[in-house]
Design a protein around this ligand. Structure first.
Ligand SMILES: NC(=O)c1ccc[n+]([C@@H]2O[C@H](COP(=O)([O-])OP(=O)(O)OC[C@H]3O[C@@H](n4cnc5c(N)ncnc54)[C@H](O)[C@@H]3O)[C@@H](O)[C@H]2O)c1
Length: 444
């Protein structure tokens, strides 16, 4: 059992903190937001994540987990501190102000603690940040130097929202960056309970780059599929869904003896684009970081360009049937950036809703989890929100699917039961096109 403090109780900090407590460590999560801390301390996660309420209840009951705003005490009463604060994109680069503020506070707290302490950067930061920015701030604030008294590591997190608890408790790999072997071993040992998982020990900059590369490859596949899907649509008579399937059946995408392609091929499907708090931010940050270093980053720039245009494809498909869109009753189904989460950060639904409002469409939106977040995000657009799928499509002339929630698979059956089935614009290629009357899908 190790004593760990985690700074930042968001998706990564809270799930990692509760997960590490679950496997036997003693964990204190710290956040600057007192309301968030109070909610967590009383067993209520501040965001939706499958399995998190149960995980949190278990570790709170076991007395191995607590939440606080008191960073200094949490650091002094632990031997490892993970920095899991946000690193949002500020329009040109990642904003490191929370990382710097947290590192500074951790450093100050270490002045009144004796014994070795290891600081682990878990936030996604561009290559070089841990060894340069974080190290400088930490050494200055703590009065220690990285060495026997102070360990510095970079341990990127690969969990995905929507399956965060499962991803954390069943990791596919543990990447540990560190400048020396003993720090690397100490950090890897925190994950000893996850036996059998490959552990990759590298330096801090490599660990940072592995995180960006992991997200960039997914974003690249998605934009690749979207670009080809857009071409399929323009050419006519060819559906990107069939093309993706054909590509995915290649031997190099399929384990020997299996007829099912490997999971990565799911990223080869055309749709309305990727969103969320990670992929767009991380690709943009890497492009900027590369340019700052003198590399033009042409491929990843194009990945973002393609992605930024995808929401407009949804509008164009609607306009095939309704021009102008003014006054048209449109049901927008799905607001979160992916199923299983209430997170709407960078969701394609935001630009689509804005465009529909600009065009004067009458929008009724529905999402099983994210309606409240979207109502707060886009006030003043005149959006209406339905509290069920059935209510959303009642009286709609068009239905737009933007998130692949399972319950939307009921659409063909629901539409069949109406006198005038709405036109379906499927931004996620969720519905079998042959099962629906007037169907428009991205990539076909
Ligand atoms: N969300 C994901 O799926 C995901 C996955 C992998 C990596 N990451 C990376 O992990 C990092 C955290 O992401 P997140 O989604 O958990 O962010 P988040 O915005 O959900 O949470 C960050 C938390 O840090 C708190 N905070 C900010 N400054 C603080 C300070 N000085 N002291 C204490 N608390 C502070 C905020 O109040 C907030 O609760 C980011 O770098 C992100 O890119 C995120």
């Amino acid at each position: 059992m190790k004593r760990i403090s985690v700074i930042g109780a968001g998706y990564v900090g809270l799930v990692s903190g509760a997960g590490l407590a679950h496997v036997g460590h003693d964990v204190t999560c710290v956040d600057v937001d007192p309301a968030r801390v109070a909610a967590i301390a009383s067993g209520r996660p501040p965001f939706f994540e499958e399995g998190l309420p149960e995980l949190l209840a278990g570790v709170l009951a076991a007395g191995r987990f607590r939440a606080t705003t008191d960073l200094a005490s949490a650091v002094r009463e632990s031997d490892f501190t993970m920095l899991a604060v946000g690193t949002p994109f500020d329009g040109s680069r990642i904003d490191l102000s929370s990382v710097i503020a947290a590192a500074e506070e951790v450093g100050h707290a270490l002045r009144t603690k004796t014994g070795r302490h290891v600081v682990i950067v878990k936030s996604t930061v561009v290559p070089g940040t841990t060894d340069q920015t974080v190290r400088t701030v930490l050494e200055r604030a703590s009065g220690r130097v990285v060495g026997p008294d102070l360990g510095l590591a970079m341990n990127p997190e690969f969990l995905s929202e929507g399956s965060a608890v499962e991803d954390f408790l069943r990791p596919d790999r543990i990447v540990v960056g560190a400048g020396d072997e003993s720090t690397s071993r100490e950090v890897a040992a925190l994950y000893a309970a996850f036996g059998g998982v490959p552990v990759l020990a590298v330096n801090n900059t490599t660990a940072e780059m592995i995180k960006y590369a992991s997200n960039a490859v997914l974003a690249t596949l998605i934009s690749f599929a979207n670009e080809l899907g857009n071409l399929c649509q323009t050419l006519g008579g060819v559906d990107m869904a069939d093309v993706s399937r054909g590509v995915s059946l290649a031997g190099y995408f399929r384990p020997e003896g299996s007829t099912e392609p490997v999971p990565i091929t799911a990223f080869l499907r055309a749709g309305c684009g990727f969103g969320g708090s990670c992929l767009p931010k991380d690709v943009r940050a890497l492009v900027r970081h590369g340019r700052d270093a003198g590399e033009p980053m042409r491929l990843l720039s194009a990945v973002m360009e393609v992605n930024d245009d995808q929401p407009e494809r949804v509008i164009a498909l609607l306009q095939r049937h309704f021009r102008p869109l003014s006054g048209v009753e449109v049901a927008v189904l799905g607001l979160s950036f992916k199923p299983g989460t209430d997170d709407i950060r960078e969701s394609p639904a935001v630009p689509v809703l804005r465009r529909l409002a600009d065009e004067g469409a009458k929008v009724r939106a529905y999402d099983p989890l994210a309606s409240g977040a979207m109502a707060a995000r886009l006030p003043g657009l005149g959006l209406r929100f339905a509290d069920s799928l059935d209510a959303a499509i009642d009286g709609a002339q068009a239905v737009v699917v933007l998130t692949a929630w399972d319950e939307f698979r009921r659409l063909p059956a629901l539409a069949c039961a109406t006198d005038r089935p709405p036109v379906l614009v499927d931004g996620r290629r969720l519905i079998d096109r042959s099962s629906y009357g007037t169907y428009e899908g991205i990539g076909c």
